[in-house]
Design a protein around this ligand. Structure first.
Ligand code: ADP
Ligand code: MG
Length: 456
């Protein structure tokens, strides 16, 4: 069968599969700035940002990628090659904060290219499925969107990865913008806020930074947990918060945990966050997962039987992002074959894209043993009290792996690691996540550890 898929579609489908096989941190590190360049002679050429990425992907991900290509193209495309090239057009991943003010129709079409699409127009209340898990958060967001600055200020949303926090946060932005084009709306992640702040201070533009943030009508700040431990940025954020709040400007914050559980967050900020409304988002139940799938199928114009939907919903339960990933793989495959996916196809896809199912056998004990062997640190020391550097890092790595690979809860990890408090575990996991961003050595070590966990 001739291939009708474009290189973009193919690479997107491959990324969809890899996203499910890798941890989020790994996936982001290695694949964020990759893009398809050419598709010819059974080979997909992919652009990567630098030599380090190229050699890492070649030695660690080649097999995974070529297998995904092979599966997705029914054997027509088998090879991938990487070349170093920086993408010319901006990546669709939000990188810069944008104040969106008064985009008059003509102007907005002109301004679509660079920064103006920070808020994803697909993330609206209409495309958000409400279930028991998120109804409070959803209702609070709608109330805030209707009366910004008047009902709950701040609104603080928290919940696990892929459960719709960013979606709801941006839905507020989309709704407020639709109601009033003059509102100045700023959506930003707390990481970006931190980087911009540091940058501004360094280049002597601190005032400009302050003025920008303090002049908005709506501040949407995503993943506030990353402010943990960043004292100067917290101080700046505290003043921004106060300035906006005093002027009845709406602030909405998301986090992966409640304010009190963010270790190393100043008490005065925690207390500010508790002024307004705090709403959590939990994992969707089976019924909601089915409703979400049905909705996404309609959105994508995909036809799946009720039986198929039920099958997927009962086998994929971690989060909504994962549900979407599986649906994308199914869609990509049926586009390639030109026929609707059968239940058998779906079973096969689920089998190949959810490696966590096979890793059901890996336990916290396995992780501790693997880490102990890898770093040559005795188990008693790994789970013990000593704060010497050579024990602390392996200890945090063990916590991180339990969290990322086994999806164990923080208290469970604490118990496995010699009876530690869950906040210590959170701190450990955060620490590794942060260090991983630019510590190549640690990235390699973690990949080796993962291989050992799953191979033995
Ligand atoms: P988080 O920010 O909590 O990690 P996201 O908001 O990025 O999660 O959601 C992940 C994906 O799942 C997004 O594509 C989002 O549109 C989708 N999603 C999450 N919850 C829902 C829902 N209740 N209804 C529809 N789509 C959802
Ligand atoms: Mg998010």
């Amino acid at each position: 069968m001739a291939i009708t898929i474009t290189k973009e579609q193919l690479w997107e489908a491959v990324l969809g599969e890899l996203e499910l096989q890798l941890t989020r941190a790994n996936f982001t590190t290695w694949f964020k700035n990759t893009f398809p360049i050419d598709l010819a002679d059974g080979t997909l050429v992919v652009g990567v940002p630098g030599n380090f990425h190229k050699s890492y992907l070649e030695s660690n991900c080649y097999a995974k990628i070529s297998k995904a290509l092979h599966d997705l193209s029914r054997g027509e495309i088998k090879k991938v090659s990487f070349i170093i090239q920086v993408r010319k057009s901006p990546s669709p991943v939000p990188t810069k904060p944008t104040v969106v003010a008064n985009p008059a129709p003509a102007e907005s079409t002109r301004a679509t290219a660079p920064n103006s699409l920070e808020i994803n127009p697909r993330y609206t209340f209409t495309t958000f499925i409400v279930g028991k898990n998120n109804e409070l958060a959803h209702a609070a967001c709608q109330a805030v969107a209707r009366k910004p600055g008047e009902v709950y200020n701040p609104l603080f949303l928290y919940g696990g990865v892929g459960l719709g926090k960013t979606h709801l946060l941006q839905a507020i932005g989309n709704e407020i913008r639709a109601n009033d084009h003059n509102k100045r709306i700023l959506y930003i992640s707390s990481e970006r806020f931190t980087n911009d702040f540091i940058q501004a201070v360094r280049s002597g533009e601190g005032e400009k930074f302050k003025n920008l943030y303090r002049s908005v009508d709506l501040l949407l700040i995503d993943d506030i947990q990353f402010l943990a431990g960043k004292e100067q940025t917290q101080e700046e954020f505290f003043h921004t918060f106060n300035a906006l709040h005093q002027n009845n400007k709406q602030i909405v914050i998301t986090s992966d945990r409640p304010p009190k559980a963010i270790a190393a967050l100043e008490h005065r900020l925690i207390s500010r966050f508790e002024w307004g409304m705090i709403a959590d988002i939990a994992s969707p139940d089976l019924e909601t997962r089915m409703a979400i799938l049905e909705h996404k199928c309609r959105e994508k114009n995909v036809n799946l039987s009720r039986e198929a939907i039920q099958y997927i919903a009962s086998h994929v339960h971690h989060n909504v992002r994962e549900l979407e990933g599986v649906l994308n793989s199914i869609t990509a495959k049926s586009q390639l074959s030109g026929a609707a996916a059968t239940l058998d196809d779906i079973k096969q896809i689920l089998h190949s894209v959810t490696p966590t199912k096979h890793s059901g056998a890996v336990t916290p004990k396995d992780v501790i043993q693997a880490v102990s062997r890898f770093y040559d640190v005795a188990i008693e020391l790994l789970t013990g009290e000593s704060r010497r550097k050579e024990y602390v890092l392996p200890r945090q790595v063990a916590m991180y792996l339990m969290r990322e690979e086994l999806r164990a809860s923080y208290p469970t990890i604490g118990t496995s690691m010699g009876g530690r408090d869950h906040t210590t575990v959170m701190h450990g996991c955060d620490k590794i996540t942060k260090v991983l961003v630019d510590d190549e050595r640690l990235q390699k070590d973690l990949n080796l550890l993962r291989q050992q966990l799953y191979i033995t």
